[in-house]
Design a protein around this ligand. Sequence first.
Ligand SMILES: CC(C)(COP(=O)(O)OP(=O)(O)OC[C@H]1O[C@@H](n2cnc3c(N)ncnc32)[C@H](O)[C@@H]1OP(=O)(O)O)[C@@H](O)C(=O)NCCC(=O)NCCS
Length: 149
Amino acid sequence: MIRTFEKSDLSSCIEVHRASFKEAPWFEQWNYEDSMARLVDIQNTPRFYGLVYCNKDQIIGALFGHVEQMNGFQIFFIKEMFVKAGDKNKGVGGKLIRALERHLCECKIEHVQLFTSKKHGIDRFYLKQGYAIDNDFVLLEKRINENNN
Ligand SMILES: CC(C)(COP(=O)(O)OP(=O)(O)OC[C@H]1O[C@@H](n2cnc3c(N)ncnc32)[C@H](O)[C@@H]1OP(=O)(O)O)[C@@H](O)C(=O)NCCC(=O)NCCS
């Protein structure tokens, strides 16, 4: 069952988030505090919307993001999405995306964007959901420290 995220889902989502990113291809060790801070920051973003996927009352996947106003239209930006270790590749992620898209259609929001890792091949998951790489845009990054400023 997929339903809207509620504040009381936070601790379950932290556990799923940490376990999900601990596995291949990320192998990231998120401590509890960092995971909580990331998810709470996302949830505190204006126009936040989140979905959780439950299996017998247990959360096994979640999708979080927010709506942004653009010039004459709105975009939903997917900020985080994760499925529990052991439940990946069973269609949970795809169902979360489709549930999000149904909700956005009802809200007349026609654009969805996200950043993901090409290096880790996650773009393949989104390409399978009908998303396309936008070559008009590029993600730029600069590491700031006292030596280059
Ligand atoms: C990415 C993720 C959300 C996908 O959810 P899922 O429930 O595993 O995906 P689904 O079962 O709905 O879709 C599976 C399809 O996507 C592809 N896919 C899933 N995870 C993939 C990955 N990490 N890399 C490449 N392709 C992937 C599978 O090959 C599969 O394709 P197929 O149906 O042709 O075999 C999930 O694997 C996950 O939590 N990963 C770790 C966290 C993460 O990377 N989040 C996204 C950050 S932007």
